[in-house]
Design a protein around this ligand. Structure first.
Ligand code: PLP
Length: 392
């Protein structure tokens, strides 16, 4: 496998002669005071971090320096740095799960690495070798394995981040950067098992054609906080983002509906990746599993005579209204690494709510079957096409 620095095109070939971020050169400085792992009820998403983190710096003259694992703590960054002035920051969200064999597993991590690379490229941050970064993640998770929760529904959230650290307020690409990886033990994203409510919003927009909505870049998220506060004031949990007539995503999750067909099969529909939608790995997995039922595998709780037809197709609020009025809108749900699958109970738009059928536990049969299969694969209780990757 090639080192992190080997794929640097734009920044010359300094990396070929100097240090290159090779995971085998990892330097480890262990903490002097290990923290106590909090009990499951205190494992709230993104509140607590483990003892150590990975840090790799990119120097414009040298390339990626040797990676470090060091005690979790503040980074020292110049106040003029690109990240503070121009928001040059990209990130990923992944999870490590404990299997029945006591081993840690990642879920389709190669897709997170490819997406991180694309996000970095979109903001002209330095490129890296995804295999080396994946090795660093694996080593950090292995070192912190005592932090992986054993409680069902809990996991170790992984947040790889790259920030631009060029110390200059000149408006241009950052030619220096820091890649770091932090870990947080976490319980269920939505702590109550009831469906979430959505407010459909077409102004302001989260993303637009030709914009950055399809990349995990930090500047997609901060402008959503104020509209989110507004939605909460109106009594809704999350925003269903629209672009014109089209619905796109739920907060920072992908959106799906389940529609009953005339032949009694089910359509599972999510909007297409037109650049305004983040290509979620959970989304991709849901589409693949839906297409596999029932011919390749029978999802639990679903009749094997009902086919699930997976589609990537534009959806409008008027489609949803029509299907709801016809009694064909059976389920709506949102997908993402944090919540995996979240049921949707109602969608407000232009002063009235579309109500979805109620289900015990907050998930309809299709959402529940997908949630269970995906979590079974993530925790190594079921094998599926090498989606689960051991952290060794
Ligand atoms: C991360 C993210 C998702 C979900 O992606 P996963 O790979 O499934 O976690 C969906 N939408 C947005 C806007 C996101 O940032």
């Amino acid at each position: 496998m090639s080192p992190i620095g080997a794929t640097l095109a734009a920044n010359g070939n300094a990396a070929e002669t100097g240090p290159n971020g090779d995971a085998s050169k990892l330097r480890i400085t262990l903490t002097q005071s290990r923290k106590a792992v909090p009990p499951p009820e205190e494992q709230i998403f993104g509140k607590i971090y483990t003892d150590h983190m990975v840090v790799v710096s990119f120097d414009p003259a040298i390339g990626w320096l040797d990676p470090e694992i060091r005690p979790y703590g503040p980074l020292s960054i110049d106040p003029s740095a690109s990240i503070f002035q121009y928001g040059t920051s990209v990130f990923e969200g992944m999870k490590a799960y404990l299997g029945p064999d006591g081993k840690a597993r990642l879920f389709r991590p190669e897709h997170n690495m490819a997406r991180l690379k694309k996000s970095a490229d979109r903001l002209a941050l330095p490129s890296f070798d995804e295999y080396e970064v994946l090795k660093l993640i694996t080593k950090l998770v292995a070192l912190e394995s005592r932090w992986i929760p054993e409680t069902k529904g809990h996991s170790l959230y992984i947040r790889p981040t790259i920030i631009g650290t060029r110390p200059s307020i000149g408006v241009r690409a950052s030619d220096s950067a820091i890649l770091y990886i932090i870990l947080s033990p976490t319980g269920p994203y939505f702590r109550i098992s009831k469906p979430i409510s959505l407010l459909a919003v077409n102004e302001p927009v989260r993303a637009w054609p030709g914009g950055t909505g399809g990349h995990k870049v930090a500047t997609n998220y901060s402008p959503t906080f104020k509209p989110q506060q507004h939605a909460e004031k109106l009594g809704y949990d999350q925003i269903l983002w629209m672009v014109g007539e089209k619905v796109t995503e739920v907060g920072a999750m992908n959106f799906f509906v389940v529609i009953k067909r005339d032949d009694n099969d089910l359509d599972i529909i999510t909007p297409p990746l037109d650049g305004t939608i983040l290509p979620g790995i959970t989304r991709k997995s849901v589409l693949a599993l839906a297409a596999a039922h029932p011919s390749h595998t029978v999802l639990s709780g679903l009749p094997d005579v009902v086919r699930l037809h997976a589609h990537e197709r534009e959806l409008t609020m008027s489609d949803l209204r029509t299907w709801s009025a016809e009694g064909r809108l059976l389920e709506a749900f949102a997908t993402g690494t944090a919540a995996i699958v979240a049921g949707i109970g109602r969608i407000g738009f232009e002063g009235s709510d579309i109500r979805l059928p109620e289900n015990e536990g907050g998930l309809g049969p299709v959402a529940k079957a997908l949630f269970e299969r995906i979590t079974d694969i993530q925790t190594g209780r079921t094998e599926w096409e090498n989606w689960g990757v051991l952290c060794e």
